[in-house]
Design a protein around this ligand. Structure first.
Ligand SMILES: [Zn+2]
Length: 80
């Protein structure tokens, strides 16, 4: 594998632990999400990238919606 930033061949894929914190108006009531993806690291320039599996992506979408309050009914502004 070659780094797509610096073209170095010093790229290694390693497992990591990622604790995902969500942002939004309801973030304090949204649990963090632990993920264990494999990440490709370039040992020359530090570029890193990953792709998470569909199961984890579903959890990210669900918790992101919860944190942002997307599933809640928001009060509408009144016009007087
Ligand atoms: Zn690189």
């Amino acid at each position: 594998m070659v780094c797509r930033i610096c073209n170095s061949e010093a790229v290694r894929e390693l497992p990591i632990e990622a604790n995902v914190h969500f942002r939004g108006g309801n973030a304090l009531n949204t649990p963090a999400l632990l993920l264990f993806p494999r990440i490709s690291f370039c040992l020359e320039c530090g570029f890193a990238e990953t792709r998470i599996c569909e199961r984890d992506l579903k959890e990210v979408r669900k918790l992101d919606a919860l944190a942002s309050g997307a599933n809640q009914i928001r009060p509408t502004a009144s016009v007087s």
